[in-house]
Design a protein around this ligand. Structure first.
Ligand code: NAD
Length: 332
Protein backbone atom coordinates (compact mmCIF):
# COMPACT_ATOMS: atom_id res chain seq x y z
CA UNK A 1 0.00 0.00 0.00
CA UNK A 2 1.24 3.46 -0.89
CA UNK A 3 0.97 5.77 2.10
CA UNK A 4 -0.28 9.21 1.08
CA UNK A 5 -0.87 12.50 2.86
CA UNK A 6 -2.82 15.33 1.23
CA UNK A 7 -1.52 18.74 2.31
CA UNK A 8 -4.14 21.45 1.65
CA UNK A 9 -7.75 20.35 1.81
CA UNK A 10 -9.57 22.84 -0.41
CA UNK A 11 -11.34 22.48 -3.76
CA UNK A 12 -8.73 20.14 -5.23
CA UNK A 13 -7.29 18.62 -2.03
CA UNK A 14 -10.58 17.31 -0.68
CA UNK A 15 -11.47 15.67 -3.98
CA UNK A 16 -8.02 14.14 -4.28
CA UNK A 17 -8.16 12.86 -0.69
CA UNK A 18 -11.48 11.13 -1.41
CA UNK A 19 -10.07 9.67 -4.64
CA UNK A 20 -6.97 8.41 -2.78
CA UNK A 21 -9.17 6.67 -0.24
CA UNK A 22 -10.95 4.83 -3.11
CA UNK A 23 -7.75 3.24 -4.47
CA UNK A 24 -7.12 -0.36 -3.47
CA UNK A 25 -3.35 0.17 -3.66
CA UNK A 26 -3.26 3.45 -1.66
CA UNK A 27 -3.78 4.32 1.97
CA UNK A 28 -4.75 7.87 3.00
CA UNK A 29 -2.63 8.59 6.08
CA UNK A 30 -4.42 11.88 6.57
CA UNK A 31 -4.90 15.42 5.44
CA UNK A 32 -3.19 18.63 6.51
CA UNK A 33 -5.21 21.74 7.36
CA UNK A 34 -4.36 25.18 8.68
CA UNK A 35 -7.57 25.85 10.60
CA UNK A 36 -10.45 24.00 12.31
CA UNK A 37 -13.22 25.04 9.93
CA UNK A 38 -16.24 23.06 8.72
CA UNK A 39 -14.10 21.21 6.19
CA UNK A 40 -11.84 19.98 9.01
CA UNK A 41 -14.84 18.90 11.07
CA UNK A 42 -16.43 17.04 8.16
CA UNK A 43 -13.11 15.35 7.35
CA UNK A 44 -12.94 14.05 10.93
CA UNK A 45 -16.52 12.79 10.61
CA UNK A 46 -15.37 10.85 7.53
CA UNK A 47 -12.65 9.26 9.61
CA UNK A 48 -9.70 11.15 8.10
CA UNK A 49 -6.78 11.92 10.40
CA UNK A 50 -5.92 15.62 10.47
CA UNK A 51 -2.50 17.15 10.81
CA UNK A 52 -1.96 20.84 11.38
CA UNK A 53 0.38 22.48 8.88
CA UNK A 54 1.00 25.57 11.04
CA UNK A 55 2.33 24.65 14.51
CA UNK A 56 0.96 27.71 16.26
CA UNK A 57 -2.55 26.85 15.05
CA UNK A 58 -2.69 23.51 16.89
CA UNK A 59 -4.32 25.27 19.86
CA UNK A 60 -7.12 26.52 17.60
CA UNK A 61 -7.97 22.89 16.79
CA UNK A 62 -7.71 21.93 20.49
CA UNK A 63 -10.13 24.74 21.43
CA UNK A 64 -12.65 23.21 19.03
CA UNK A 65 -12.09 19.81 20.64
CA UNK A 66 -10.32 18.45 17.55
CA UNK A 67 -7.42 16.11 18.11
CA UNK A 68 -4.76 16.81 15.50
CA UNK A 69 -1.12 15.90 14.96
CA UNK A 70 1.72 17.96 13.49
CA UNK A 71 2.23 17.84 9.73
CA UNK A 72 6.00 17.51 9.97
CA UNK A 73 5.72 14.46 12.21
CA UNK A 74 3.14 12.81 9.96
CA UNK A 75 5.36 13.26 6.91
CA UNK A 76 7.92 10.81 8.32
CA UNK A 77 5.39 8.07 7.81
CA UNK A 78 4.32 8.71 4.19
CA UNK A 79 5.56 7.65 0.76
CA UNK A 80 4.05 10.53 -1.23
CA UNK A 81 2.63 13.95 -0.36
CA UNK A 82 -0.02 15.44 -2.62
CA UNK A 83 0.15 19.19 -2.16
CA UNK A 84 -3.16 20.95 -2.85
CA UNK A 85 -2.23 24.24 -1.18
CA UNK A 86 -2.86 27.60 -2.91
CA UNK A 87 -0.68 28.87 -5.78
CA UNK A 88 2.92 29.36 -4.68
CA UNK A 89 2.64 27.66 -1.27
CA UNK A 90 3.53 24.32 -2.88
CA UNK A 91 6.90 25.74 -3.92
CA UNK A 92 7.57 26.78 -0.30
CA UNK A 93 6.52 23.34 0.91
CA UNK A 94 8.81 21.64 -1.60
CA UNK A 95 11.81 22.75 0.51
CA UNK A 96 10.35 20.80 3.46
CA UNK A 97 9.67 17.71 1.32
CA UNK A 98 13.17 17.83 -0.15
CA UNK A 99 14.77 18.01 3.31
CA UNK A 100 13.10 14.77 4.37
CA UNK A 101 13.42 13.18 0.91
CA UNK A 102 9.72 12.72 0.28
CA UNK A 103 8.25 12.50 -3.18
CA UNK A 104 5.54 15.08 -3.85
CA UNK A 105 2.85 15.98 -6.35
CA UNK A 106 1.98 19.62 -6.90
CA UNK A 107 -0.90 21.36 -8.69
CA UNK A 108 -1.15 23.67 -11.66
CA UNK A 109 -0.83 26.90 -9.70
CA UNK A 110 2.87 26.19 -9.21
CA UNK A 111 5.55 27.20 -11.70
CA UNK A 112 6.50 24.58 -14.28
CA UNK A 113 10.00 24.05 -12.86
CA UNK A 114 8.64 22.49 -9.66
CA UNK A 115 8.47 19.03 -11.24
CA UNK A 116 7.47 17.06 -14.34
CA UNK A 117 4.36 18.64 -15.88
CA UNK A 118 1.87 15.82 -16.16
CA UNK A 119 -1.30 14.76 -17.96
CA UNK A 120 -1.60 11.00 -17.56
CA UNK A 121 -2.77 10.05 -21.04
CA UNK A 122 -0.23 12.37 -22.72
CA UNK A 123 3.10 11.86 -20.95
CA UNK A 124 2.81 9.26 -18.16
CA UNK A 125 6.14 7.66 -19.05
CA UNK A 126 8.02 10.94 -18.60
CA UNK A 127 6.97 10.97 -14.94
CA UNK A 128 8.07 7.42 -14.12
CA UNK A 129 10.30 7.55 -11.01
CA UNK A 130 10.15 11.37 -10.94
CA UNK A 131 10.56 12.77 -7.40
CA UNK A 132 8.26 15.73 -8.14
CA UNK A 133 5.31 16.01 -10.49
CA UNK A 134 3.08 18.97 -11.31
CA UNK A 135 -0.45 18.09 -12.39
CA UNK A 136 -0.98 20.99 -14.78
CA UNK A 137 -3.94 23.36 -14.38
CA UNK A 138 -7.52 22.48 -15.22
CA UNK A 139 -7.39 24.47 -18.47
CA UNK A 140 -4.06 23.02 -19.56
CA UNK A 141 -5.23 19.49 -18.70
CA UNK A 142 -8.34 20.05 -20.82
CA UNK A 143 -6.35 21.35 -23.79
CA UNK A 144 -3.81 18.54 -23.52
CA UNK A 145 -6.38 15.75 -23.33
CA UNK A 146 -8.18 16.72 -26.52
CA UNK A 147 -5.14 17.98 -28.47
CA UNK A 148 -3.27 14.83 -27.39
CA UNK A 149 -6.05 12.78 -28.99
CA UNK A 150 -5.48 14.63 -32.29
CA UNK A 151 -1.73 14.25 -32.38
CA UNK A 152 -1.93 11.16 -34.60
CA UNK A 153 -3.37 13.37 -37.38
CA UNK A 154 -0.40 15.75 -37.26
CA UNK A 155 -1.10 19.15 -35.70
CA UNK A 156 0.21 22.15 -37.69
CA UNK A 157 -1.28 24.96 -35.63
CA UNK A 158 -3.64 25.47 -32.68
CA UNK A 159 -5.64 28.54 -31.77
CA UNK A 160 -7.74 28.37 -28.60
CA UNK A 161 -9.98 30.93 -26.92
CA UNK A 162 -10.58 30.12 -23.26
CA UNK A 163 -13.72 31.49 -21.63
CA UNK A 164 -12.83 30.99 -18.00
CA UNK A 165 -15.07 30.73 -14.96
CA UNK A 166 -14.20 33.70 -12.80
CA UNK A 167 -14.35 31.85 -9.46
CA UNK A 168 -15.13 28.44 -7.98
CA UNK A 169 -18.66 28.02 -6.55
CA UNK A 170 -17.48 28.28 -2.93
CA UNK A 171 -15.29 31.33 -3.56
CA UNK A 172 -16.95 34.41 -2.07
CA UNK A 173 -13.83 36.58 -2.38
CA UNK A 174 -13.25 36.51 -6.14
CA UNK A 175 -16.84 36.64 -7.29
CA UNK A 176 -19.44 37.59 -8.18
CA UNK A 177 -18.33 39.72 -11.09
CA UNK A 178 -20.59 41.33 -13.63
CA UNK A 179 -18.16 41.68 -16.48
CA UNK A 180 -16.17 39.87 -19.14
CA UNK A 181 -12.51 40.38 -18.28
CA UNK A 182 -10.09 39.89 -21.18
CA UNK A 183 -6.58 38.72 -20.35
CA UNK A 184 -4.56 41.17 -22.44
CA UNK A 185 -1.45 39.05 -22.13
CA UNK A 186 -1.47 37.29 -25.52
CA UNK A 187 -0.78 34.43 -25.69
CA UNK A 188 -2.16 33.62 -22.25
CA UNK A 189 0.12 31.44 -20.12
CA UNK A 190 -1.78 28.33 -21.22
CA UNK A 191 0.00 28.09 -24.59
CA UNK A 192 3.41 27.72 -22.95
CA UNK A 193 1.93 25.42 -20.33
CA UNK A 194 0.54 23.03 -22.96
CA UNK A 195 4.05 22.85 -24.41
CA UNK A 196 5.38 21.53 -21.08
CA UNK A 197 3.31 18.41 -21.80
CA UNK A 198 2.81 18.11 -25.57
CA UNK A 199 5.24 18.84 -28.44
CA UNK A 200 2.99 21.36 -30.21
CA UNK A 201 5.20 24.15 -31.51
CA UNK A 202 2.54 26.45 -32.98
CA UNK A 203 -0.14 27.24 -30.39
CA UNK A 204 -1.92 30.48 -29.52
CA UNK A 205 -4.22 30.85 -26.51
CA UNK A 206 -6.38 33.83 -25.55
CA UNK A 207 -8.31 33.93 -22.27
CA UNK A 208 -11.37 35.86 -21.10
CA UNK A 209 -12.92 35.60 -17.61
CA UNK A 210 -16.70 35.31 -17.53
CA UNK A 211 -19.26 35.71 -14.72
CA UNK A 212 -19.86 32.01 -14.07
CA UNK A 213 -18.60 29.51 -11.51
CA UNK A 214 -19.56 26.23 -13.16
CA UNK A 215 -17.03 25.40 -15.87
CA UNK A 216 -14.60 26.81 -18.41
CA UNK A 217 -15.43 26.67 -22.14
CA UNK A 218 -12.76 26.50 -24.86
CA UNK A 219 -13.25 27.25 -28.54
CA UNK A 220 -10.57 25.44 -30.53
CA UNK A 221 -9.32 25.81 -34.09
CA UNK A 222 -6.81 23.14 -35.06
CA UNK A 223 -5.03 23.05 -38.39
CA UNK A 224 -4.20 19.43 -39.25
CA UNK A 225 -1.61 18.08 -41.70
CA UNK A 226 -4.32 16.93 -44.04
CA UNK A 227 -8.09 16.97 -44.39
CA UNK A 228 -9.95 14.52 -42.14
CA UNK A 229 -13.64 13.79 -42.06
CA UNK A 230 -15.79 14.70 -39.09
CA UNK A 231 -16.72 11.08 -38.33
CA UNK A 232 -13.05 10.13 -37.96
CA UNK A 233 -12.54 12.94 -35.48
CA UNK A 234 -15.69 12.02 -33.57
CA UNK A 235 -14.56 8.38 -33.36
CA UNK A 236 -11.13 9.46 -32.15
CA UNK A 237 -12.57 11.59 -29.35
CA UNK A 238 -15.09 8.83 -28.50
CA UNK A 239 -12.27 6.32 -28.14
CA UNK A 240 -10.07 8.57 -26.00
CA UNK A 241 -10.25 8.16 -22.26
CA UNK A 242 -11.41 11.08 -20.11
CA UNK A 243 -13.12 12.78 -23.04
CA UNK A 244 -16.92 12.73 -23.17
CA UNK A 245 -18.94 13.74 -26.20
CA UNK A 246 -22.11 15.67 -25.38
CA UNK A 247 -24.88 16.84 -27.72
CA UNK A 248 -27.12 19.87 -27.97
CA UNK A 249 -29.71 17.60 -29.59
CA UNK A 250 -29.84 15.66 -26.27
CA UNK A 251 -30.51 18.88 -24.39
CA UNK A 252 -26.92 19.54 -23.27
CA UNK A 253 -27.01 23.15 -24.40
CA UNK A 254 -24.78 24.69 -21.74
CA UNK A 255 -22.34 24.11 -18.90
CA UNK A 256 -25.35 24.09 -16.55
CA UNK A 257 -26.67 21.02 -18.39
CA UNK A 258 -23.30 19.27 -18.18
CA UNK A 259 -23.21 19.83 -14.43
CA UNK A 260 -26.79 18.58 -14.17
CA UNK A 261 -25.83 15.43 -16.08
CA UNK A 262 -22.93 14.81 -13.66
CA UNK A 263 -25.36 15.07 -10.76
CA UNK A 264 -27.78 12.74 -12.55
CA UNK A 265 -24.94 10.26 -12.99
CA UNK A 266 -24.60 10.24 -9.21
CA UNK A 267 -21.06 11.53 -9.37
CA UNK A 268 -19.65 12.55 -5.99
CA UNK A 269 -20.12 16.33 -5.49
CA UNK A 270 -21.60 16.37 -9.02
CA UNK A 271 -18.08 16.21 -10.47
CA UNK A 272 -17.33 15.82 -14.18
CA UNK A 273 -13.79 14.49 -14.52
CA UNK A 274 -13.97 14.18 -18.31
CA UNK A 275 -13.46 16.99 -20.82
CA UNK A 276 -16.84 17.43 -22.49
CA UNK A 277 -16.75 18.15 -26.23
CA UNK A 278 -19.95 19.22 -27.95
CA UNK A 279 -20.18 16.65 -30.73
CA UNK A 280 -22.50 18.99 -32.66
CA UNK A 281 -19.71 21.60 -32.70
CA UNK A 282 -17.12 19.39 -34.42
CA UNK A 283 -16.68 20.89 -37.90
CA UNK A 284 -14.04 20.49 -40.61
CA UNK A 285 -13.30 23.12 -43.27
CA UNK A 286 -10.36 22.19 -45.48
CA UNK A 287 -7.58 21.01 -43.15
CA UNK A 288 -9.02 22.92 -40.21
CA UNK A 289 -10.96 21.38 -37.35
CA UNK A 290 -13.21 23.40 -35.05
CA UNK A 291 -14.74 22.26 -31.74
CA UNK A 292 -16.04 23.52 -28.40
CA UNK A 293 -15.23 21.89 -25.08
CA UNK A 294 -16.11 22.39 -21.42
CA UNK A 295 -13.91 21.77 -18.40
CA UNK A 296 -15.06 21.17 -14.85
CA UNK A 297 -12.24 22.99 -13.13
CA UNK A 298 -12.95 21.60 -9.66
CA UNK A 299 -12.51 17.96 -10.64
CA UNK A 300 -10.85 17.27 -14.00
CA UNK A 301 -7.32 17.08 -12.51
CA UNK A 302 -8.33 14.59 -9.79
CA UNK A 303 -7.60 11.45 -11.87
CA UNK A 304 -4.21 12.93 -12.85
CA UNK A 305 -3.19 13.20 -9.18
CA UNK A 306 -3.90 9.49 -8.68
CA UNK A 307 -2.05 8.40 -11.84
CA UNK A 308 0.87 10.66 -10.90
CA UNK A 309 1.42 8.62 -7.72
CA UNK A 310 1.59 5.37 -9.69
CA UNK A 311 3.93 6.93 -12.26
CA UNK A 312 6.36 8.41 -9.72
CA UNK A 313 6.58 5.07 -7.88
CA UNK A 314 6.66 3.09 -11.15
CA UNK A 315 3.81 0.88 -9.94
CA UNK A 316 1.84 0.41 -13.15
CA UNK A 317 1.94 1.17 -16.85
CA UNK A 318 0.01 4.20 -18.08
CA UNK A 319 -2.91 2.12 -19.29
CA UNK A 320 -3.11 -0.01 -16.14
CA UNK A 321 -3.08 3.05 -13.91
CA UNK A 322 -5.67 4.94 -15.96
CA UNK A 323 -7.91 1.86 -15.93
CA UNK A 324 -7.72 1.52 -12.14
CA UNK A 325 -8.28 5.24 -11.55
CA UNK A 326 -11.16 5.44 -14.00
CA UNK A 327 -12.88 2.43 -12.44
CA UNK A 328 -12.58 3.90 -8.94
CA UNK A 329 -14.11 7.22 -10.02
CA UNK A 330 -16.81 5.83 -12.29
CA UNK A 331 -15.22 7.14 -15.50
CA UNK A 332 -16.37 4.88 -18.32
P1 NAD B 1 -8.27 26.25 -2.34
O1 NAD B 1 -8.03 27.62 -1.86
O2 NAD B 1 -9.67 25.80 -2.62
O3 NAD B 1 -7.64 25.22 -1.33
C1 NAD B 1 -6.38 25.37 -0.76
C2 NAD B 1 -6.44 24.85 0.68
O4 NAD B 1 -5.13 24.91 1.25
C3 NAD B 1 -7.35 25.70 1.57
O5 NAD B 1 -8.13 24.83 2.35
C4 NAD B 1 -6.37 26.51 2.43
O6 NAD B 1 -6.89 26.81 3.70
C5 NAD B 1 -5.23 25.52 2.54
N1 NAD B 1 -3.93 26.12 2.85
C6 NAD B 1 -3.50 27.38 2.71
N2 NAD B 1 -2.23 27.48 3.12
C7 NAD B 1 -1.85 26.26 3.51
C8 NAD B 1 -0.65 25.73 4.04
N3 NAD B 1 0.43 26.49 4.24
N4 NAD B 1 -0.61 24.41 4.36
C9 NAD B 1 -1.69 23.62 4.17
N5 NAD B 1 -2.87 24.07 3.68
C10 NAD B 1 -2.92 25.38 3.35
O7 NAD B 1 -7.35 26.07 -3.63
P2 NAD B 1 -7.59 25.07 -4.83
O8 NAD B 1 -8.53 25.69 -5.79
O9 NAD B 1 -7.88 23.71 -4.32
O10 NAD B 1 -6.17 25.13 -5.52
C11 NAD B 1 -5.10 24.34 -5.08
C12 NAD B 1 -4.13 24.16 -6.21
O11 NAD B 1 -4.80 23.50 -7.28
C13 NAD B 1 -3.57 25.45 -6.80
O12 NAD B 1 -2.27 25.20 -7.29
C14 NAD B 1 -4.50 25.71 -7.97
O13 NAD B 1 -3.94 26.53 -8.97
C15 NAD B 1 -4.72 24.30 -8.47
N6 NAD B 1 -5.94 24.09 -9.25
C16 NAD B 1 -7.11 24.67 -8.89
C17 NAD B 1 -8.24 24.45 -9.66
C18 NAD B 1 -9.54 25.12 -9.36
O14 NAD B 1 -10.27 25.44 -10.28
N7 NAD B 1 -9.89 25.33 -8.10
C19 NAD B 1 -8.18 23.62 -10.77
C20 NAD B 1 -6.98 22.98 -11.07
C21 NAD B 1 -5.86 23.23 -10.30
Amino acid sequence: MVRILVNGYGTIGKRVADAVSLQKDFELIGIAKTKPDFEAKLAIEKGYSIFCSIDKNIDLFKKEGLDVGKLEEALDDVDVVIDGTPDGIGAQNKIMYQKIKKKAIFEGGEEADIGVSFVAQCNYDKAINAPYIRCVSCNTTGLCRTLGALQGFGIEKVSATLIRRSADPNDIKTGPINALVPDVEIPSHHAEDVQTVLPISNIMTIAIKAPTTLMHVHSLTVELNEKQNEDTIIDTFKNTTRIRLVNVKDGIKSTAHIMESARDMGRKRGDMYEICIWQDSIKIKGNTLYYLQAIHQESNVVPENIDAVRAMLNLDSRDESIKKTNKSLGII
